[in-house]
Design a protein around this ligand. Structure first.
Ligand code: ATP
Length: 294
């Protein structure tokens, strides 16, 4: 019998992203609040004899060993010493290089699925370390929901779960490189960043309300290069969003609405303007953990 698992690979947004300073190792010290949302890729993972093979319906996603799901499988094989292989089919729905963490999510889901399929053992700490070695956002996707990320974002702790049922994701259609965004930031804001108390430090004590006062330190530099993102934010607010913010390093913007009617209206307006648009809701930790395996 073929052993196969189908798994949902959810996208994330960042309710807030504070960049504190550039560290000696070259990474930026962050405080971020992650949130999984109801947009997902679907992974179908089949156990094979030896090789790791990637198939993807989106030509922008590499199918070789640079694919994050491939890297995850190879790293797990190395860590556990198994000689088994896997065929990983990725049905991409999450825009690529869009600040929605699609690749990181695929990597984390590959780890969770292959531990089951290959019947290998890895304790929680080893799993988190392995995830962090694949990318800063990967450990977050092992648990999902609303979470605080510190360090490079890889040190994740759970916070109060935020409820948000009427979110709209809007992507203007160009990719933003995460690395470029951070490089620009260090030139512009390093000195001022350390002098303020970031929202996420206060929020670490527990968010009860939607973090509408939160900001994203990468916005200023990314908006400088891509003013269209500011235009998307303005339009979302004029269409009734209580709050609109760029997610991660962009270019996706999320709008927070009060009801589904306003959300749907805004979605159709934004689609008419040619933007990729998706109404979503926040997925909390318990829903995340009970729905990823289909
Ligand atoms: P992050 O915010 O974690 O940097 P992102 O959402 O901005 O992520 P991704 O969609 O994860 O960006 O893609 C980043 C890059 O990784 C893309 O240029 C893409 O070619 C590459 N990549 C490798 N594997 C994958 C994958 N499984 N899914 C999507 N992109 C992948």
């Amino acid at each position: 019998m073929t052993r196969q698992l189908q798994i949902k690979s959810y996208a994330k947004i960042n309710w807030a992203l504070d960049v504190l300073f550039k560290r000696a190792d070259g990474y930026h010290e962050l405080r971020t609040i992650f949130q999984t949302v109801s947009l997902f890729d679907r992974l179908r993972i089949t156990e094979t004899d030896r090789n790791i093979e990637i198939v993807c319906n989106d030509p922008r996603v590499p199918c070789d060993e640079t694919n994050l799901a491939h890297k995850a499988a190879a790293a797990l094989r190395e860590a556990t010493g198994t000689s088994k292989g896997a065929r990983i089919e990725i049905e991409k729905n999450i825009p690529v290089a869009a600040g929605l963490g699609g690749g990181s999510s695929n990597a984390a889901m590959t780890l969770l699925a292959l531990v089951k399929l290959w019947e290998v053992e890895l304790d929680d700490r080893a799993m988190i370390r392995l995830a962090a070695s694949l990318g800063s956002d990967v450990p977050f996707f092992l648990t999902g929901g609303t979470a605080l990320g510190i360090g490079r974002g890889e040190d994740v702790s759970s916070v109060e779960q935020v409820r948000a049922d009427h979110l709209l994701l809007v992507n203007p259609g160009f990719a933003v490189s995460t690395r470029d965004a951070y490089e620009k930031l260090s030139r512009l804001t390093t000195s001022e960043a350390s002098s303020r108390i970031p929202f996420t430090l206060r929020a670490a004590r527990g968010i009860r309300e939607l973090p509408l006062e939160a900001s994203n330190d990468l916005e200023e530099v990314v908006l400088g290069v891509h003013p269209e993102i500011a235009e998307v934010k303005r339009r979302l607010v004029s269409l009734g969003a209580r709050h609109a913010l760029m997610s991660g390093s962009g270019a996706t913007v999320f709008g927070v609405f009060d009801n589904s009617q306003l959300t749907e209206q805004a979605a159709s307006e934004m689609r008419m303007l040619g933007y990729w648009t998706e109404p979503v809701r926040a997925i909390d930790r318990s829903e995340y953990q009970s729905t990823i395996f289909e």
